[in-house]
Ligand binder design. Structure first.
Ligand SMILES: [Zn+2]
Length: 110
């Protein structure tokens, strides 16, 4: 008689994935710098626009210079502007990137 994989059966019985549906495989939402600033200030009305833009530009510049997270992953621009240079996983302690924005640095016209 074979042992029953009870733990696995319990985990899969009648359970459905109820998390957010991600539109991209990476889980990141591509967004331009100006759009991000507008959204961020809407969600955080107390923040200074000039400081936010300065921090974002600083993070983008560091990324372009090849600065990486302590774990050697590429920088997460939006998070690095707030919490210092780091990748998404390190800044958020490994949470799933739903609802967070990764700034796409395609153009730099601010
Ligand atoms: Zn990291």
């Amino acid at each position: 008689m074979q042992p029953m994989p009870t733990a696995d059966l319990r985990r899969n019985s009648g359970r459905r994935y109820s998390g957010p549906l991600l539109t991209m495989a990476s889980g990141f939402t591509p967004i331009g710098l100006e759009d991000y600033v507008a959204l961020h200030l809407k969600a955080n009305p107390g923040e200074n626009r000039g400081t936010l833009v300065k921090n974002l530009r600083s993070a983008i510049a560091a990324d372009r210079q090849g600065v990486r997270c302590a774990c050697d992953a590429p920088l997460w621009i939006a998070g690095s502007a707030q919490a210092g240079h780091g990748c998404f996983a390190c800044i958020t302690s490994g949470s799933t990137p739903d609802g967070n924005y990764k700034i796409v640095v395609a153009t730099d016209r601010m």
